[in-house]
Ligand binder design. Sequence first.
Ligand SMILES: C[S@@+](CC[C@H](N)C(=O)[O-])C[C@H]1O[C@@H](n2cnc3c(N)ncnc32)[C@H](O)[C@@H]1O
Length: 330
Amino acid sequence: MIPNDVWDIAYENSMSKTRVNYPTQKPEQLLERIIKSSSKNGDIVFDCFMGSGTTQAVAMKLGRKFIGADINLGAIQTTTKRLLNVSKELENADDKYIGFEVYNVNNYDFFRNPVEAKDLLIDALEIQKFDGSNVYDGELDGRMVKIMPVNRLATKSDLEELKSNLPYQKFEKRKSENPLEPVERLTIICMGHEPDLKPSLEKDLINYNIDIEIIDILKDKANLQFKRDSEAVIEIEDNKLNIKEFYPMNLLQKLSMQKEYVEDWKQMVESVMIDWNYDGAVMEPKLVDIAEKNDLVKGVYEIPSDVSNIKIKITDLLSETYEKEIKINE
Ligand SMILES: C[S@@+](CC[C@H](N)C(=O)[O-])C[C@H]1O[C@@H](n2cnc3c(N)ncnc32)[C@H](O)[C@@H]1O
């Protein structure tokens, strides 16, 4: 029968088993129809506005590989949790892609708080900070530094505030004293920028010789390390794998907590996944331990008999992961 152009699919009602309470959640049936009609087993499905992850959940159930993205951290957390549950349901299915990774692009989440972001950059780039200045944020190698909002790319309109605050009287004085020298050496720090940012600023300040440099941390400082890696103590005892300690450093930092004050690491963990025979490339978890409403993850796991190379992945409440490989027989 030729399908009708009206698809009669019920929305996610409050009793639905697959409901995860994301405000714009779509019914799985809808995505099932779209995915089945437009892809084959093993194809890659991409939804760059994934919300609660309906596309990814259905793709996983249908044996498709998948990629998702969302600007909202809540969507990442909801989807991570949802996919962990689906991967648990499909634990023993051989033809499904149940492993997945969560990536954080451009330290986006880390730069969520603009005040904190500025301080992190000042530390990382070793800028001498100016307190209380409404023009510049600090000085670096004899240059005045202005840090743009770093949770998005810098646009020409972001420069308006800087332009209106520049010390033009000083510039005039320097210009008359030293006409051949730049009146200012200015470094603008940003996280991605419009390609004509510098020429447009030069044009607007055409009356002054200003030496402008743009440092784009996405390109020029791609190796800057902002994140502190998580740490864990994992031991094998009496044929059991025992996670003794776990310190999700970014989460601890967000909670303003010191390592020493972590009483029970399990309270900060969403899931533990273990692949007992990791092939060094693709993690295929055979054990999926998810924290439920009233239950924390177990933390101690019986090791099966035929293990070779163990890979453990601990996902914390920020959906950030810690990974460790333990080779048996070494
Ligand atoms: C209508 S919802 C998607 C719902 C999803 N299909 C489901 O079943 O749950 C749209 C999503 O796009 C996300 N979004 C909006 N702008 C975005 C952007 N620029 N980049 C990535 N995600 C974005 C929103 O956070 C929201 O979660």
